[in-house]
Design a protein around this ligand. Structure first.
Ligand SMILES: Cc1cc2nc3c(=O)[nH]c(=O)nc-3n(C[C@H](O)[C@H](O)[C@H](O)COP(=O)(O)OP(=O)(O)OC[C@H]3O[C@@H](n4cnc5c(N)ncnc54)[C@H](O)[C@@H]3O)c2cc1C
Length: 453
């Protein structure tokens, strides 16, 4: 009999697990309460990057003069922007649904929870359905955390999910939170022409990143007029005539037309029936998993944001595939565990930021000997041709063996270029493997080859 595999949540992790397991011969049922593609498609990766892409076109028009063109002036058409966002989202949702159907996955529109270790209950518009399962994947993702001092109203006080785009474009936006999400929203709205104040609770934006990388972004923010309120924790917000005032713990205030909250996420685990099935979660509600994404109840898996690992769609995607392999017993053959330390990630700002592997600060803290080489894009022909030579490539390698340990890229198309370093880090390639590759000229990738010399 085919393995009965029930998946709760159709984001990147659930989708990937469903299509792979079905291809391997499982009888797969996927329950999704909202939209196939998940929050990644509806609220997070796709809409944020679609808005950033539109803002990017506006930034290009502002640079037109420097490219030998007459000045251009673009203005946002909010209705057209909304339509564009809906088109991208619908296109992806339809492709994902078609893919699931073509693999024979049964998709149930509804909300599901565990009723016991081998039973999932799906509540749908048509009633309640009980699903027997040999294996279950919980991939219900996460949602934005709303601080206790704020009441989002979708008008002036916004969560990230209320900003695609908001009812009116903010003239003066206060962004609370300077992690990846916060800085991407700063960049998005400044490129639409808003004045922006960013409240930074520590002394550095992107506190988890290499200080040199964060400094490059801060410099650019400041150059474009973004105000940084550093070392300040937001503790309250008041609606005032025509806007908002955000209060900080040190008495400082930030006044704007709107405030956007980007202060982390919470797992969607509270109504999942974890206790009924005996599944353990940590104090924050993330399901505790081993390196196969198995919970303490071994045939119940958790992947994606719910697993409390790296909250990235790319990671969720790969975890989903690994779970499908494990459920089908393929992990015994050449199965490699996911190494979260080797996951590439990007920040879609201008300049773009991407990194992978060992952070320089960590190598330093560990007392590990590393070789660091850095090449600025200012000397790169393609960057100059494209009129944007901000940023640099930095590669960390082992001085004894030349093996690439990690790297950071700040600059145009960093999110694409990092793939070279991601491959090198995963495959234990040496810097000489990169420097001896015959790269295209003129290309931004030449900076990688130079940094690898
Ligand atoms: C603003 C923002 C931008 C981001 N940009 C990027 C990016 O550029 N690149 C990147 O790699 N990552 C990005 N991320 C992170 C990324 O969105 C998440 O890591 C990813 O979506 C996690 O995927 P997932 O499979 O866990 O599920 P999700 O995408 O969170 O989807 C979970 C699904 O489960 C469904 N669900 C929940 N509970 C139930 C239930 N009980 N029954 C049925 N269905 C249920 C939900 O409706 C949802 O569709 C971003 C995050 C944010 C907040």
């Amino acid at each position: 009999m085919a393995v009965r595999f029930v998946i709760v949540g159709g984001g990147p992790a659930g989708l990937q697990a469903a299509t792979h397991a079905a291809r391997f011969g499982a009888e797969v049922t996927l329950v999704e309460r909202d939209i196939v593609g998940g929050s990644a498609n509806l609220w997070d990766c796709i809409p944020s990057k679609a808005m950033i892409a539109t803002g990017g076109v506006m930034s290009v028009t502002r640079r037109a003069h420097g490219m030998g063109l007459m000045s251009m002036d673009a203005a946002v058409d909010l209705e057209a922007l909304r339509q564009r966002m809906a088109d991208v989202e619908n296109h992806l949702a339809t492709s994902f649904t078609d893919l699931l159907r073509s693999q024979g996955v049964r998709v149930i529109e509804g909300t599901a929870r565990l009723k016991g270790p081998h039973e999932v209950v799906a509540e749908t518009a048509g009633g309640v359905e009980e699903l027997a399962a040999d294996a279950v994947l919980l991939s219900t993702g996460s949602r934005p955390r709303v601080p206790e001092w704020a009441q989002p109203d979708g008008q002036r006080v916004l969560t990230t999910r209320q900003a695609y785009p908001p009812p009116e474009l903010p003239e003066h936006l206060v962004v609370v939170g300077s992690g990846v999400t916060g800085v991407e929203f700063v960049h998005m709205f400044r490129s639409f022409g808003a004045k922006v104040i960013l409240i930074v609770s520590r002394q550095q934006v992107l506190p988890q990143k290499d200080p040199e990388v964060a400094a490059a972004l801060e410099e650019d923010f400041l150059r474009s007029g973004v105000a940084l309120l550093k070392g300040a924790k937001a503790v309250g917000v008041d609606r005032v005539d025509g806007g908002v005032v955000v209060h900080c713990d040190d008495g400082r205030t930030a006044r704007g037309s709107h405030v956007l909250l980007a202060v982390g996420a919470l797992p969607n685990s509270e109504a999942l029936g974890l206790d009924e099935a005996g599944v353990e979660a940590d104090a924050h509600g993330y399901v505790t998993v081993n390196h196969h994404c198995q919970s303490n109840v071994r045939h119940i898996y958790a992947a994606g944001d719910l697993s409390g690992k790296l909250p990235l769609a790319s990671v969720a995607w790969t975890q989903g595939r690994k779970v499908a392999e494990h459920v089908m017993g393929f992990h015994t053959r050449q199965h490699r565990h996911l190494d979260y330390d080797k996951a590439a990630s990007a920040v879609f700002t201008e300049p773009e930021i991407a990194d992978v592997g060992l952070p320089e600060a960590e190598a330093f803290a560990l007392g590990r000997k590393i070789r660091v080489t850095k090449v600025p894009f200012a000397a790169n022909a393609r960057a100059l041709i494209e009129g944007d030579s901000r940023g640099f490539v930095k590669i960390l390698s082992d001085p004894a063996t030349g093996v690439v340990l990690g790297g950071s890229i700040v600059g145009r198309r960093a999110a694409e270029l990092i793939s070279v370093l991601a491959l090198a880090v995963t495959a234990d390639l040496k810097v000489s493997d990169i420097s001896e590759s015959l790269m295209v000229h003129p290309a931004l990738a030449e900076a990688l080859a130079e940094a690898a010399e």
